[in-house]
Design a protein around this ligand. Structure first.
Ligand SMILES: [Zn+2]
Length: 120
């Protein structure tokens, strides 16, 4: 729980939310670029040793999975920052109701209220 994103009165501290999202975005973009560099620079020539070859393929698959998940995270963070800019950060994107500030403090990238999130 990162309740440091809440004011003492329980409302969201949007300045700190923005800082928090921005910091996470900067870190993950940096990591994502390194993963992409690595994936692009991988020597596709397979070693003769099948165990070595299997290891290489496995490493690639792990990196590709990481690449996909960090890309999704980046999109989520950018979307949250755009909603902050637009002043709609605290409104559910599906039903338009206010999202509970404590939910946003715990899950700053969420764009759904509890009941919409429960509907999947
Ligand atoms: Zn909703």
């Amino acid at each position: 729980m990162s309740n440091d994103l809440l004011h003492a009165d329980g409302s969201l501290d949007l300045g700190r939310v923005r800082e928090h999202l921005g910091r996470e975005l900067a870190g993950i973009v940096h990591r994502h670029e390194k993963i992409q560099d690595h994936l692009q620079n991988v020597d596709r020539e397979m070693p003769d040793d099948w165990q070595e070859a299997a290891q290489l393929v496995e490493n690639d698959e792990v990196l590709e999975a990481l690449e996909t998940s960090s890309r999704a995270r980046i999109e989520g963070l950018r979307f949250a920052l755009r909603r902050l800019d637009a002043g709609t950060y605290e409104a559910c994107v599906r039903c338009g109701e206010a999202i509970n500030p404590r939910r946003l403090a715990a899950l700053p990238v969420t764009s759904l209220c509890v009941s919409c999130a429960a509907q999947g």
